[in-house]
Design a protein around this ligand. Structure first.
Ligand SMILES: Cc1cc2nc3c(=O)[nH]c(=O)nc-3n(C[C@H](O)[C@H](O)[C@H](O)COP(=O)(O)OP(=O)(O)OC[C@H]3O[C@@H](n4cnc5c(N)ncnc54)[C@H](O)[C@@H]3O)c2cc1C
Length: 407
């Protein structure tokens, strides 16, 4: 049976970065990916452009990490956003910064990010095995035995003295992220914190389909759970067939989905005119009403985008010039559902952080087993935070595994 020093399970962002950090270690390392190619999810990141990371310093970066920013701190400082960019650039992929400190490849092609990492690890002597699913992992006295199944249906076993579990979560299962790592981790005695879709569309009750495709910029969105305001965000939001998404919808979705799962009353309140005080807006509506001869549709069309005029009027029975300012500043949506794993950006929940060393990413339950990326109960907001979680934890897991063998 073939034996390796380190077996990395999963060739996504975390697994690829773990493999990259093993380059030059002199150890025999294998990366096993069940798809025929590595990094299928990487290809769809950032709408095909791959928002690689976010260049914010830790004090700002950490505010975008859930549920335990402290867990990531060591991994982030061990292999930071700057280190990711340095590694990619040294491997031949120039990067650029855009609005919101978001880092992208200069080519605007996520393919280039994936290909750069794959080329780097292959050139560095890492054994890359694709089209091969890890079905089960068992541990003997010192060695792990991994049971593999190839695309062609052949079964084989390999051994490794260290295993890095980088199998991702459950979002976009067509990319290979189907929660396999949870089964392995729980079999070894790990607790899996309840998973749920995050960075996803929230579905309002009876959303007018004419609103689909409307992008609102510079609006405020408040999330209310059981009658209390729990989050307030400013920016842009998009209405789609899935519901309310875009930057703002995604940002509030973590708490929104959790509220719905807990059976709580979830509402979104949109302020379409956040820069204007209520009194001033009332005055403006009065002036417009006079100009438009009190005609409701005419007044509304001067205040909201054309595509939104009819849905706004129809969804607010009793709308009139007297109450229009308050409706514009407090357009309330009752949220009754959300888009699931099939189209959410990230999985919240996963392997409990209490059972993983934040200094090394090694399991506290099984010696020699390491975790990296979305398989853990760690997720971030949109803006490059999730890939950085994968890269930082993948790097720390690999460096710790290499060090544990070398000493
Ligand atoms: C549409 C979309 C856009 C996104 N855009 C961004 C973005 O621009 N910036 C950002 O920071 N984040 C983005 N994310 C989130 C980010 O892609 C993920 O958080 C990140 O890819 C997680 O990396 P990972 O390696 O932990 O898991 P994954 O990328 O899910 O990789 C896990 C890999 O393990 C493999 N695998 C699973 N089980 C097995 C098994 N049993 N045997 C062998 N292999 C297995 C899978 O096939 C997969 O390739 C986006 C996500 C989506 C869905």
């Amino acid at each position: 049976m073939k034996s390796y020093h380190i077996a990395i399970v999963g060739g996504g962002a975390a697994g690829l970065m773990a493999a990259a950090r093993c380059v030059g270690s002199g150890l025999d390392v294998v990366l096993i990916e069940k798809n025929k190619e590595c990094g299928k999810k990487l290809l769809i990141t950032g709408k095909g452009r791959c928002n690689i990371t976010n260049s914010s310093p830790w004090k700002d970066f950490q505010t975008h990490i859930h549920p335990d920013k402290g867990f990531l701190k060591n991994a982030f400082h061990h292999f930071s956003n700057k280190d990711v960019v340095a590694l990619l650039e040294s491997a031949g992929l120039p990067c650029k910064e855009e609005r919101g400190n978001r880092i992208f490849p200069v080519s605007d092609r996520s393919h280039d990010v994936r290909d750069t990492l794959v080329k780097y690890i292959k050139k560095g002597g890492i054994n890359v095995v694709t089209g091969c699913q890890v079905l089960d992992i068992n541990k003997g006295d010192n060695l792990f035995t991994l049971s593999l199944s190839t695309y062609e249906g052949d079964n084989l076993d390999i051994q490794a003295s260290r295993v890095i579990l980088a199998t991702g979560g459950l979002s976009y299962p067509t990319t290979g992220s189907t929660g396999d790592g949870y089964d392995v981790a729980s079999k070894f005695g790990h607790t899996i914190v309840g998973t749920f879709p995050s960075l996803t569309a929230l579905k309002p009750f009876n959303m007018d389909s004419r609103m689909e495709g409307i992008l609102l910029k510079n609006v405020r969105m408040d999330l209310w759970v059981n009658g209390s305001k729990v989050q307030s965000e400013f920016g842009e939001t998009l209405f789609t067939s899935g519901g309310i998404e875009g930057a703002l919808g995604f940002r509030v979705s973590r708490k929104g989905v959790k509220g719905l799962i807990n059976g709580q009353k979830v509402e979104l309140v949109l302020d379409l005119k956040p820069a204007v005080e209520m009194d001033e807006l009332n005055k403006r509506v009065k002036e417009l009403s006079a100009e438009c001869g009190g005609k409701l549709k005419k007044i509304v069309s001067r205040l909201v985008p054309a595509q939104m005029v009819d849905p706004f009027i129809d969804s607010l029975p009793g709308l009139n010039p007297e109450n229009m300012a308050s409706r514009l500043k407090e357009w309330r949506f009752k949220i009754v559902g959300y888009v699931g794993y099939e189209r959410c950006v990230v999985t919240a929940g996963g392997v409990s952080l209490d059972e993983i060393s934040r200094k090394t990413m090694e399991s506290k339950v099984i010696d020699g087993l390491y975790m990296a990326g979305e398989v853990m109960d760690l997720d971030g907001d949109t803006g490059g935070y999730n890939l950085q979680i994968a890269f930082s934890t993948g790097a720390l897991a690999a460096d710790s595994a290499v060090r544990s063998i070398s000493i």
